[in-house]
Ligand binder design. Structure first.
Ligand SMILES: *[C@@H]1O[C@H](CO)[C@@H](O)[C@H](O)[C@H]1NC(C)=O
Ligand SMILES: *[C@@H]1O[C@H](CO)[C@@H](O)[C@H](O)[C@H]1NC(C)=O
Ligand SMILES: *[C@@H]1O[C@H](CO)[C@@H](O)[C@H](O)[C@H]1NC(C)=O
Ligand SMILES: *[C@@H]1O[C@H](CO)[C@@H](O)[C@H](O)[C@H]1NC(C)=O
Ligand SMILES: *[C@@H]1O[C@H](CO)[C@@H](O)[C@H](O)[C@H]1NC(C)=O
Ligand SMILES: *[C@@H]1O[C@H](CO)[C@@H](O)[C@H](O)[C@H]1NC(C)=O
Ligand SMILES: *[C@@H]1O[C@H](CO)[C@@H](O)[C@H](O)[C@H]1NC(C)=O
Length: 538
């Protein structure tokens, strides 16, 4: 198994050194004339200062020390990787046939009592982050061949007013009940114990160092997994059994563009909108065809004209590249409702605009729900349930989802919209799909490259380091449906903050994102083993 992208560093650094010499010797002007030499294999020091540059001025292909977002996105131009995604779709189906509640709850007591479970538990904070907790648990249940439990709070499913969960999942109450009924403790000597592991406590989590397949506790809860990254940490686990399980599901992180739409496929089978949310979505669509494109604008109450300009350009680019004729339909969703109204006339110049005008909607259930003014700055002034209608509305897009923002492009919410929309576009028998996920960046967001895409929940975070060009023009970039968990791709590089964050997990990460595997082995063998458990009294 290969580790940490040695191939990438050679491809990247060696022409770069040649380039440095060339620049010094002949000046930039000569660069364009220099023929492309096949790379020669030489060992380079890992630490290297990368100068700032801008790609179009060094238009020599493969010789640039940095790339613009559109260039980084070329790997994802193909959209949904049909073959790989359908392979994962089948893995998911088989898994839930085998480990779904309807089969497991009827197992003979002895087998039931030795069965394993993974708990997916959330609070009701931001939908994207909280949903990733459930999806990570689902992914882990597949990797570990265990059944999935959805954690409830006071008898209610997370966001249970707006979404329902598939019947192949368990609840804790049912597990406790079955544990008693099957006499797991008294007859088979198995206490109902849950092992917890907190991803947000780097010094304690076993995500990289332990073989979770050997854990004997009936239930496992992997906490604090608020984005696409946590589950993909298993790709670098020191135990080959864990790595193989992770590769099976997520693909090889070194071959960007080949990753299956794992979280989209999980969402597709795991949740569905409640009847009322579905009714609101249908009210917007009005019995007509589903929209062609969805635009998500994460504005945090800002109304940046530049963000709007960039997004308009990006929508036009999609319309052109997908050859959509005759006034395509564009759905607009945003955390800033006033923005939706102000952008409408501009989009209307070339497309039909749809959005959920919640003030006009006369649905029955929503009347009684509280209008929380919880995190208004973050979430916008609309009632919370609007975000669910927006989510399922936007995920109906047939051809593309475009994510624009004041600062945070490709948030977890937008990622999941795109991931779910992409699954609708991929038929069970089709090997390809024409669906795209695009990120719209205004130039002002890129003066220091992608450096400000700091949080791990941002889809471009793994590209935010020194390989991202400063002073880019507006970008409309193809975007991975599975946000990358590592920095193994050619143009991926970490920001200093992530180098130190990874150090806390025992990973020595080079400035270009290479993992020092020996040092991880070493770290794992010397660290203190942390094992936290909770025992349920039945
Ligand atoms: C980016 O633009 C700023 C301000 O115009 C300038 O000071 C800086 O040198 C530019 N950086 C690069 C890499 O061109
Ligand atoms: C997964 O668990 C089932 C029982 O639920 C078992 O029959 C099957 O062999 C297991 N698969 C693997 C790959 O361990
Ligand atoms: C579970 O749901 C599926 C589809 O939603 C349905 O076909 C099936 O009958 C349900 N199974 C049980 C045991 O309720
Ligand atoms: C909106 O964002 C722009 C660009 O970052 C900033 O200059 C402006 O002050 C912000 N406006 C508000 C109202 O926050
Ligand atoms: C949108 O349209 C309005 C007029 O309808 C115009 O004033 C504004 O500049 C346009 N915005 C953009 C970003 O093109
Ligand atoms: C897909 O192909 C299988 C077998 O080739 C067939 O049974 C099934 O009906 C097809 N499904 C669709 C949606 O076309
Ligand atoms: C690079 O810089 C030039 C001029 O400074 C600008 O015209 C061009 O758009 C920039 N390219 C990118 C990709 O930002």
């Amino acid at each position: 198994m290969r580790y940490g992208g040695g191939r990438k560093r050679r491809m990247l650094l060696q022409p770069f050194l040649v380039l440095c010499a060339t620049v010094t010797g002949l000046g930039l002007f000569m660069l364009a004339l220099r023929p492309l030499d096949p790379p020669i294999t030489v060992d380079f020091p890992k630490k290297i200062e990368l100068g700032d540059s801008n790609s179009s001025s060094l238009n020599g292909g493969g010789e640039k020390p940095c790339a613009a977002v559109e260039e980084m996105g070329k790997d994802f131009e193909a959209g949904v990787v049909g073959k790989e995604t359908l392979r994962v779709r089948r893995i998911i189906e088989d898994h839930f046939d085998l480990n779904g509640a309807s089969r497991i709850r009827d197992l003979p007591p002895e087998q039931f009592c030795s069965h394993g479970f993974v708990l997916g538990k959330t609070a009701e904070a931001g939908f994207g982050n909280e949903m990733y907790k459930v999806l990570t648990a689902a992914a882990l249940s597949i990797m570990l061949n265990r059944s999935l439990i959805i954690g409830q709070t006071r008898g209610k499913y997370p966001f249970g007013d707006y979404i329902s969960y598939s019947n192949f999942t368990f609840t804790m109450n049912e597990i406790k009940h079955l544990w008693r009924q099957n006499l797991c403790e008294s007859k088979y000597g198995r206490q109902l114990v849950m092992r917890t592991d907190d991803f947000e406590k780097p010094a304690q989590t076993n995500v990289l160092c332990s073989n979770w397949k050997e854990w004997k506790q009936p239930i496992i809860w992997f906490q604090g997994t608020t984005d696409a990254v946590a589950a993909q940490f298993f790709l670098k686990n020191i135990h080959s059994q864990m790595r193989i399980a992770a590769f099976d599901l997520f693909g090889d992180p070194q071959v960007l563009g080949s990753q299956p739409n794992v979280f989209g496929e999980l969402l597709r089978v795991l949740i569905s909108p409640s009847k009322d949310v579905e009714a609101a979505v249908n009210w917007v669509i009005g019995g007509e065809e589903n929209p062609d494109i969805s635009l998500h604008m994460r504005m945090l109450m800002n109304r940046s004209i530049r963000a709007v300009q960039a997004a308009l350009h990006c929508i036009k680019k999609v319309i052109e590249s997908q050859h959509l004729t005759s006034r395509p339909k564009v759905v607009v969703v945003s955390d800033t409702p006033s923005l939706v109204k102000s952008i409408m006339p501009n989009i209307s110049e070339f497309a039909q605009v749809l959005y959920f005008d919640y003030e006009k909607f006369k649905g029955n259930i929503f009347e009684g729900l509280p209008k929380l003014d919880f995190r208004v700055k973050d979430w916008g002034p609309a009632p919370r349930w609007v975000a669910f209608v927006d989510f399922f509305l936007a995920s109906r897009a047939k051809y593309a989802v475009v994510s624009g923002a004041h600062r945070r492009v490709g948030t977890t919410y937008a990622q999941l919209i795109a991931a779910l929309a992409a699954t609708r576009n991929l038929g069970d028998n089709s090997s390809s799909s024409s669906f795209s996920f695009l990120s719209s960046f205004q130039s002002t967001m890129l003066t220091e490259g992608l450096k400000n895409q700091v949080g791990w929940g941002h889809v471009w975070n793994r590209y935010a380091g020194p390989l991202s060009c400063h002073n880019q023009t507006n970008q409309c970039a193809f975007t991975p449906l599975l946000p990358p968990g590592w920095w193994d791709g050619l143009w991926q590089s970490p920001i200093p903050k992530d180098i130190s964050r990874l150090a806390a997990y025992g990973i020595k990460l080079s400035g270009l994102g290479t993992v020092d595997y020996d040092s991880l082995q070493n770290y794992c063998s010397t660290r203190k083993n942390v094992e936290r458990t909770v025992t349920f009294n039945l």
